[in-house]
Design a protein around this ligand. Structure first.
Ligand SMILES: Cc1cc2nc3c(=O)[nH]c(=O)nc-3n(C[C@H](O)[C@H](O)[C@H](O)COP(=O)(O)OP(=O)(O)OC[C@H]3O[C@@H](n4cnc5c(N)ncnc54)[C@H](O)[C@@H]3O)c2cc1C
Length: 415
């Protein structure tokens, strides 16, 4: 695969940019692979990449029903942080965040990782207590966060109104090395790197059935024909329940739409990420100048991958209280994605009742930030057949055992 560099840019400029290769191949499916991953979102592509890179797996296909990165990976508000409460969550999210730090260099594509800092506002005393507790837990976990007073919030984010009409700012949980990255680029970067390691990424190839015999999985039926495999990874976020039912088991997952919107572009006015969980909204400014705004998930299960006026109104009304400056902005576009929610708001990385089938889902409203760590842990699980230390706490058996990893405060509103 062609490397991107200052030299290649310069030499291509001299010959009118006629020599660039396709960023990734577009092969027809082979008849059999050692490992098939269903879903070319960030998690599926990262899984395939680390399978090839860390475990030298060479016969891998990633099957995608649409275009790669066209699911939640290309629809999220790109917040990256690792300030979770429980040790198990902190470990996998911090692994992901730390991989993000050098991922552009590793994948040879600018992912625009921007560790500009993330603050989660405390707007009730209950919330303040919750965030102080997380800040304390993070100190033990070796994750750099602190609980900051309102004066520091104002210093970091001058456009904020500290004395909101309903919910004044009492403080915030601040993670200085949290931030954002370009979501499409994360998918594209992993796709290019997968390709250079020989992975077949097959787009427009929907899995419509999962084939098994007494010994376990034998392959999949797709819109491009049957494909055999020894191992199968289901990594399809909001569609996990559908794939599990094809394989003959059920998952403790609910699928709901989560929405976001962006404003028209404006001059730089916000250089941190702010999440306001009490009023349900979060906001950052993209490099293009748009304010990227997200809200809560729909209150009912559904598969509608689009936005609705109700959510825009709710979210914008809430944010205008805290950021009166945005009240005159015009909205540019809105959209929705289908997220996969577990009862404890923690993911599932697990073996399944069918030998050879592994599942990675349940990242819900906050799985963009975890893509590198999740792919790393899932690759280990598929290779060894048993979870490594990062994935071990997130097995399906925790629901049977009642051993929940409760992240309802840290995962709170959304991310
Ligand atoms: C509006 C919104 C805002 C968000 N904001 C953030 C945020 O700020 N920070 C954060 O960390 N997270 C955020 N998230 C969550 C995050 O986007 C997801 O957790 C993450 O992208 C999930 O990635 P994935 O690879 O598992 O799923 P996806 O990217 O959805 O990929 C799954 C893929 O599987 C494919 N697929 C499904 N069924 C089949 C089939 N039968 N055959 C073949 N392919 C199939 C789909 O087409 C899709 O491309 C947000 C989500 C939304 C919707």
């Amino acid at each position: 695969m062609q490397r991107y560099s200052a030299f290649s840019l310069f030499s291509e400029a001299l010959r009118g940019h006629t020599g660039w290769e396709r960023a990734w191949r577009s092969p027809e499916p082979g008849g059999f692979y050692d490992i098939i991953i269903v879903g070319a979102g960030g998690h599926g592509l990262a899984t395939a990449y680390y399978l090839a890179k860390n475990h030298a797996a060479r016969s891998i296909a990633v099957l995608e029903k649409g275009w790669l990165g066209g699911g939640n990976t290309g629809r999220n508000t790109t917040i990256i942080r690792s300030n979770y409460l429980q040790d198990d969550s902190a470990a996998i999210y911090e692994k992901a965040r730390s991989l993000y730090e050098s991922l552009s260099q590793e994948l040879n594509l600018n992912l625009m990782f921007s560790p500009r800092g993330v603050m989660m506002l405390a707007q009730t005393h209950h919330e303040a207590r919750g965030y102080i507790r997380i800040a304390n837990a993070n100190q033990y976990q070796g994750i750099e966060t602190e609980y900051i007073p309102p004066s520091r919030v104002k210093e970091l984010c001058p456009i904020i109104s500290i004395d909101g009409p309903r919910y004044p700012i009492l403080g915030a949980l601040w993670q200085p090395r949290g931030g954002t990255a370009r979501h499409d680029a994360v998918a594209w970067g992993y796709a290019r790197a997968c390709c250079s390691l020989g992975v077949d990424i097959i787009e427009n190839c929907e899995v419509t059935g999962i084939n098994r015999d007494a010994g376990g999985v034998t392959g999949v039926t797709t819109t491009k024909g049957d494909i055999g495999c020894k191992k199968l990874g289901i990594v399809v976020a909001g569609h996990s329940g559908k794939l599990a039912s094809m394989a003959g088991f059920r998952l403790p997952i609910e699928s709901v739409a989560l929405q976001a919107l962006v404003s028209e572009p404006v001059k730089p006015c916000l250089d941190v990420v702010v999440m306001a969980n009490t009023v349900h909204g979060y906001i950052s400014q993209s490099d293009k100048g748009e304010l990227v705004i997200g809200g809560g998930a729909d209150g009912y299960n559904n598969y509608t991958q689009r936005g609705s006026f109700l959510h825009i109104e709710e979210t914008v009304r809430a944010l205008v209280e805290t950021f009166p400056i945005i009240s005159r902005l015009r909205m540019l576009r809105q959209w929705g994605g289908i997220v996969d929610m577990t009862g404890d708001r923690s993911p599932i990385l697990s073996k399944t009742p069918v030998p050879g089938i592994f599942v990675n889902c349940g990242w819900g409203t906050g799985g963009f930030k975890s893509i590198p760590g999740s792919g790393w842990a899932m690759a280990e699980l598929i290779t060894l057949g048993e979870p490594g230390h990062l994935a071990a706490p997130f097995g399906l058996e925790r629901f049977r055992e009642g051993r929940f990893i409760d992240e309802s405060v840290a995962a709170g509103v959304a991310h």
